[in-house]
Write a protein that binds this ligand. Sequence first.
Ligand SMILES: *[C@@H]1O[C@H](CO)[C@@H](O)[C@H](O)[C@H]1NC(C)=O
Ligand SMILES: *[C@@H]1O[C@H](CO)[C@@H](O)[C@H](O)[C@H]1NC(C)=O
Ligand SMILES: *[C@@H]1O[C@H](CO)[C@@H](O)[C@H](O)[C@H]1NC(C)=O
Ligand SMILES: *[C@@H]1O[C@H](CO)[C@@H](O)[C@H](O)[C@H]1NC(C)=O
Ligand SMILES: *[C@@H]1O[C@H](CO)[C@@H](O)[C@H](O)[C@H]1NC(C)=O
Ligand SMILES: *[C@@H]1O[C@H](CO)[C@@H](O)[C@H](O)[C@H]1NC(C)=O
Ligand SMILES: *[C@@H]1O[C@H](CO)[C@@H](O)[C@H](O)[C@H]1NC(C)=O
Ligand SMILES: *[C@@H]1O[C@H](CO)[C@@H](O)[C@H](O)[C@H]1NC(C)=O
Ligand SMILES: *[C@@H]1O[C@H](CO)[C@@H](O)[C@H](O)[C@H]1NC(C)=O
Ligand SMILES: *[C@@H]1O[C@H](CO)[C@@H](O)[C@H](O)[C@H]1NC(C)=O
Ligand SMILES: *[C@@H]1O[C@H](CO)[C@@H](O)[C@H](O)[C@H]1NC(C)=O
Ligand SMILES: *[C@@H]1O[C@H](CO)[C@@H](O)[C@H](O)[C@H]1NC(C)=O
Ligand SMILES: [Zn+2]
Ligand SMILES: [Zn+2]
Length: 610
Amino acid sequence: MRASTTFLTFALVAIADACGDGHGHDHHESHPYPQLTKPSRPLEWGDLNIIHTTDTHGWLLGHQHISFPEPNYSGDLGDFASFVKHMKDIALEKDVDLLLIDSGDLHDGTGLSDGYAAGGIDAHDSNQFLKQLPYDIMAIGNHELYDYINTWDMHTNFAPALNGKYLSSNANITVFDENNNTVSVPVGSRYRKFTTRKGRRITSLGVLFDFTGNDVNTTVQKVEDMVKEQWFAGAIEEEPDVFVLAGHMPVNYDNWPVVFNAIRAVHADTPIIILGGHTHIRDCVQLDGRSMSLESGRYMETIGWLSARLDGLSKSNITFSRRYLDQNRVTYEYHTQQDSLTFNTSHGSGITQGLKKLSDKYNLSAVFGTAPQDYTISRNPYPSNGSSLTLFVNEAMPYALTFNSSRSNVSNIMITNSGSQRFDVYAGTFDKNDQIAASPFTDAFVYIKDIELGVAQQVLPALNSAGADNRKRDVLEKREQELWRRGYVDRRYMDWLDEMDRRHDGAVKRASQNLTLGYVTSDSCPGIGDDTLHAPLASYDIPDFIASDTPSLSNDTLIDLIFVDYIQDQLLEILNQIQSEKTYSDADVDSYTDVLSNAVLGIYAQHAWN
Ligand SMILES: *[C@@H]1O[C@H](CO)[C@@H](O)[C@H](O)[C@H]1NC(C)=O
Ligand SMILES: *[C@@H]1O[C@H](CO)[C@@H](O)[C@H](O)[C@H]1NC(C)=O
Ligand SMILES: *[C@@H]1O[C@H](CO)[C@@H](O)[C@H](O)[C@H]1NC(C)=O
Ligand SMILES: *[C@@H]1O[C@H](CO)[C@@H](O)[C@H](O)[C@H]1NC(C)=O
Ligand SMILES: *[C@@H]1O[C@H](CO)[C@@H](O)[C@H](O)[C@H]1NC(C)=O
Ligand SMILES: *[C@@H]1O[C@H](CO)[C@@H](O)[C@H](O)[C@H]1NC(C)=O
Ligand SMILES: *[C@@H]1O[C@H](CO)[C@@H](O)[C@H](O)[C@H]1NC(C)=O
Ligand SMILES: *[C@@H]1O[C@H](CO)[C@@H](O)[C@H](O)[C@H]1NC(C)=O
Ligand SMILES: *[C@@H]1O[C@H](CO)[C@@H](O)[C@H](O)[C@H]1NC(C)=O
Ligand SMILES: *[C@@H]1O[C@H](CO)[C@@H](O)[C@H](O)[C@H]1NC(C)=O
Ligand SMILES: *[C@@H]1O[C@H](CO)[C@@H](O)[C@H](O)[C@H]1NC(C)=O
Ligand SMILES: *[C@@H]1O[C@H](CO)[C@@H](O)[C@H](O)[C@H]1NC(C)=O
Ligand SMILES: [Zn+2]
Ligand SMILES: [Zn+2]
C-alpha cells in the first residue's frame, strides 16, 4: 500500500516533467525571473502530513527582486493557496490527512503589513488574506504583542474569524468585560482538540517562548509556569492519537522540552509533533523516536513539510520525514504535478490580486530610485561597497541627516547600530516596500557638539569591544540575553548563516559547484532537509555598531558626534569611559534633524539613484 503510493508519486512526477518540458514552460516567458531549478525529489507522504509556515512577517507577495537568491522565494500567498488546494486534492486521492499550520509573527516586515496609512493597524489588512487559507492551527508570535493595538486586533478580529484555531496558550490580553471591569483573557484559544478527516484525534497548543518585550496590558506566562496550570493538565489528560504542538519558540535551545516532558510524563508513547518558529532558521530535531520538531525559516522564503507514518498500536519509533521547500511556483508546480497553465486556482489568483490591490492602496510601488547594485547586511564584509551597513552609515546617513540641518557645515562622525537594518537592498527599483523591509525603525538622530575628533573616533571601537575583557563579556552576555527575551533573533539567524558558510568552506566550494545560492541546512534529523539543493550564501561577521568615516582633520578639532537615540545610554557610558574632562549626560544631547531612521534610505535614493 505504502510502496504503491510512493511509486505513484514518482510516476506522476515523471509524466508531469516530461509533459512540462515537452511543451515548454510558459511561465518562464511570462515570469520576469531567471529560470529556477527544480526540487531534487518528490515529497515523502505519510498518513499524517503537515504544511508549515512561520515568521511570514507580511511577506505575502513574496520576494520580488531578481538578484540571487530572491527569485527562489518569489511565490506569493495566492500561489501558496493554490499549492495548498492541490496538495489537499492529492491528500484526498491518497486518502491521508493533510494539515496546515502557522507558528506566528504575522506583523512587522514589509509594506503590506507595515505600510498602512495613519490611523490604521499594523497587518490588519494583510491578515484578511491569511484568514482565507484553510489553517488548522495558527499560534501567536512575539510580533503580535509589541503594540497593544495589534494584540487587540488579533483578539477581536483575527481570532474570532479563525473560530478556535488561533492559539495563545500562554499569552493573554487585558480588556474590559461587559461590566466594565478589566479582565485578562487568552488572546485566542489556549488549546484546540479536533478530529481530522481520517478520524485522527488531535490535541494542539500554541506556545510562545519566554518573551518579555510585550506591551502593557498583554501578559506572557513563562513556559515552565504554563505547564503547571490546571487547564494544561486538563487539556493533555485525555490521550489523542497525536499531539500537534504549534508555537513561536525555536525547536532547539529553548523550552520545547519543558512542554514535551510535561506531556511525556502523562503519555509515554503518544506521537508528538512540534512546529516551532522565531529564530528564522530551518531546523529539525527529534526529542525521541516518536516525535519530530520542525522549524521552517522566515519571510515566505521557506515552506515546511512534515509527514509521519502513525502506526496505531505499535510503540516502536515512528517514521517521519521533513523538507524545507523554497517558496516559488516551480517548487509548487513540481510537487503538485501541475504546469503553469493548470496550477492557479481562482481562489489563489483572487488572493494575489487582492494583495496587489492592497500594495497599490498603500502606494508600496512608489519608487525612490534605482539601486545600481545589491547591498547586503552580512553577505558582504563590513565595511565594503557591497555592504548595506556601509551604504547606510557612510553614504545615506551623511546625506539624509545633513540635508536640512543647520549644522551641516560642522564636521561630524555618525554612529548607529547594525540592527537598524532588517533586510538587504537589491539592485533595481527601490520603492516604499523595499524601504520598509530594509530599514523600518523610527528612531531619531541626536548629537553632542564640540567633541574632540580624537575622542569621537574612539567611541565606535569602544562600543564594539564592550565585551573584550571578562567582566565586560558578562555584561555583553547579559545584554544578549536581555535582547533575546525582548525578541531579537538576528544573532541566531546570522550564526546559522555563518555555520553553513564555514561548513561548506564558503567561496571555494561555491566556485566549484553548479548549484545556485541559497540555504544549505544541516539539522539533526535524518537525511537531507532542503528540497532544492544550493550552495551556501557567503556570510561575514558584522559589528553591533557602525560609523561614518572619520574626517581627516587634526585630533583637537571639535566636531559633532551624531548618533541614533536608540543607543544613547550606551554611548554616554562609553564616552565617559574614554575621556574624563567632562561627564556627559542626557542634558548634552540635542536633536540633530527631524529625519527619522526609516526615511534615510528613501531620501538618499531620491538623491543618488535617479
Ligand atoms: C534560485 O535563484 C537563482 C537565481 O535567480 C536561480 O538561478 C535558481 O534556479 C533558483 N533556485 C530555485 C530553486 O528557485
Ligand atoms: C497614497 O498616495 C495617495 C496619493 O498621493 C495618498 O492620498 C494616500 O494617503 C497614500 N496612502 C498611503 C497609505 O500612504
Ligand atoms: C467604562 O469605563 C470608562 C472609563 O474607564 C467610562 O468612560 C465608560 O463610560 C464606562 N462604560 C460603561 C458602560 O460603564
Ligand atoms: C489568562 O487569562 C485567564 C482567563 O481569564 C486567566 O485565568 C489567567 O490567569 C490569565 N493568565 C495570566 C498569566 O494572566
Ligand atoms: C491598561 O489597562 C488599564 C485598565 O484597563 C487602563 O487603565 C490603562 O489605560 C491601560 N493601559 C494602556 C497603555 O492601554
Ligand atoms: C528510536 O529512536 C531513538 C531516538 O531517536 C533512538 O535512540 C533509538 O535507537 C531508536 N530505536 C530504534 C529501534 O531504531
Ligand atoms: C498564475 O498566477 C500568477 C500570479 O501568482 C500569474 O503571474 C500567472 O500569470 C498566472 N498564470 C495563469 C496561467 O493565469
Ligand atoms: C568602491 O567604491 C569606490 C568609490 O565609488 C570605488 O573607488 C571603488 O573602486 C569601489 N570598489 C569596488 C571593489 O567596487
Ligand atoms: C527640508 O526642509 C523643508 C522646509 O522646512 C521641508 O519642506 C522638507 O520636507 C525637508 N526635507 C527633508 C528631507 O526633511
Ligand atoms: C556653520 O553655519 C552657521 C550658520 O549656518 C554659522 O553660524 C557657523 O559659523 C558655521 N560654522 C562653520 C564651522 O562654518
Ligand atoms: C589621534 O587620536 C587617535 C585616537 O585617540 C590616536 O590613535 C592618534 O594617534 C591621534 N593622532 C595624533 C596625530 O595624535
Ligand atoms: C557544471 O555545468 C557544466 C555545464 O553545464 C558541466 O560541464 C560541469 O560538469 C558541471 N560541473 C559540476 C561540478 O557539476
Ligand atoms: Zn519572526
Ligand atoms: Zn518572533
